[in-house]
Design a protein around this ligand. Structure first.
Ligand SMILES: *[C@@H]1O[C@H](CO)[C@@H](O)[C@H](O)[C@H]1NC(C)=O
Ligand SMILES: *[C@@H]1O[C@H](CO)[C@@H](O)[C@H](O)[C@H]1NC(C)=O
Ligand SMILES: *[C@@H]1O[C@H](CO)[C@@H](O)[C@H](O)[C@H]1NC(C)=O
Ligand SMILES: *[C@@H]1O[C@H](CO)[C@@H](O)[C@H](O)[C@H]1NC(C)=O
Ligand SMILES: *[C@@H]1O[C@H](CO)[C@@H](O)[C@H](O)[C@H]1NC(C)=O
Ligand SMILES: *[C@@H]1O[C@H](CO)[C@@H](O)[C@H](O)[C@H]1NC(C)=O
Ligand SMILES: *[C@@H]1O[C@H](CO)[C@@H](O)[C@H](O)[C@H]1NC(C)=O
Length: 280
């Protein structure tokens, strides 16, 4: 009887497509744990949804402080650099009573191009300034051309801590904020474009490791080492290039993982079915 049955089964397996017949066989031994897992999952999800739905609206409505206005977008062109961005600082400053306070500050979009440095083939700079003549504020950016690409290598800000943005600020306080790095990297002869905000840490000096603030740069399109009076070159977008690669890599890795899992379970299934026949 058993021999006949197993012989029929063998025939069936060889006739039908291997995968289907075998996967149907695999399901049977794993049925018991499968039944228990959905039960525990369904109970935990109902508890989760019940508890999370009630507290969620409360913190979002009550804990929001009055929002600080978003920075407006400025356009600053020099003969070699075209720059458009909306920039905001988040910085710390000293108060009259010696405490450290945090404030936001928007780089005004009506800041003027105060100077540029266009002579070098490898380093170019643009400087903006704004504010009253007695207490001028400034922002400078340096772009480096190397290795077939252009990077923002330095941001330097000098900001007098005066006005409504900085309540109780110590008298005659001016902060210097610096960032060194390789940011906004773009291939030669392209303009860098990025809509989302990017945050760069700021320190007071180059040697400093203590972060005293950060600058957030959004809605940016910038091109250094450009030819005079030309419009922005081909756009190199931070997201269309950067994240799509990340997504592609992630998809590739998960596909490979999936293939491995399928292969392993297929091999295991073949073994277990083979053992099953032996025990019969
Ligand atoms: C949440 O659970 C309570 C009791 O535990 C129940 O009375 C209520 O109907 C549940 N709410 C929802 C949305 O499931
Ligand atoms: C400003 O920076 C401080 C310190 O890093 C941080 O706690 C705060 O959330 C920041 N504020 C904003 C609006 O980003
Ligand atoms: C130059 O760029 C290539 C490609 O982007 C990169 O692989 C290489 O590491 C870079 N070299 C240096 C010195 O930055
Ligand atoms: C701040 O600067 C002004 C003008 O530069 C000067 O007259 C004043 O004495 C300074 N105050 C302090 C506390 O240093
Ligand atoms: C970039 O532009 C310069 C000047 O317009 C040109 O000489 C150079 O060949 C261009 N490079 C590439 C890689 O297109
Ligand atoms: C910026 O500074 C914060 C601490 O203030 C640190 O946690 C973070 O890693 C820094 N980011 C970068 C890119 O260095
Ligand atoms: C600045 O330069 C860019 C790129 O060349 C151009 O599209 C824009 O019209 C210029 N803006 C001003 C105000 O000159």
């Amino acid at each position: 009887m058993y021999v006949k049955a197993s012989a029929i089964l063998l025939l069936l397996f060889s006739c039908c497509s291997n995968c289907r017949a075998q996967s149907a066989v695999i399901v049977q031994p794993s049925e018991k744990p499968e039944i228990t897992t959905p039960k525990s999952m369904s109970t935990s999800t109902t508890i989760g949804s019940n508890t999370t739905t009630t507290p969620k609206p409360l913190p979002t409505t009550t804990h929001r402080p009055q929002p600080f206005p978003a920075p407006s977008t400025g356009i600053w062109n020099s003969s070699c650099i075209a720059l458009r961005m909306a920039a905001q600082l988040n910085l710390t400053y000293e108060t009259k009573d010696g405490k450290v306070a945090t404030a936001l500050y928007n780089i005004p979009s009506d800041a003027k191009v105060a100077g540029d440095d266009c002579n070098s083939e490898t380093i170019q700079r643009i400087a903006l300034n704004w504010g009253p003549a007695q207490t001028p504020a400034s922002l400078a950016m340096q772009f480096d051309k190397k290795n077939m690409s252009i990077v923002l290598s330095m941001i330097k800000i000098n900001l007098p801590i005066t006005g409504d943005n900085f309540p109780d600020a110590k008298d005659n306080e001016t902060v210097q904020l610096l960032h060194w790095g390789y940011e906004l990297r773009t291939p030669n002869n392209n303009s860098y474009h990025c809509t989302r905000d990017q945050h760069f840490n700021l320190t007071e000096t180059i040697q400093d490791t203590e972060v005293v603030g950060c600058i957030s740069i959004g809605k940016v399109q910038v091109e250094a080492f450009r030819s005079k009076d030309k419009d922005f070159s081909t756009v190199y977008d931070c997201d269309s290039s950067g994240t799509s690669n990340v997504v592609a890599i992630a998809v590739g890795v998960s596909l490979i993982a999936l293939i491995c899992i399928v292969l392993i379970s297929y091999l295991c299934a073949r073994r277990s079915t083979a053992r099953g026949y032996l025990s019969f």
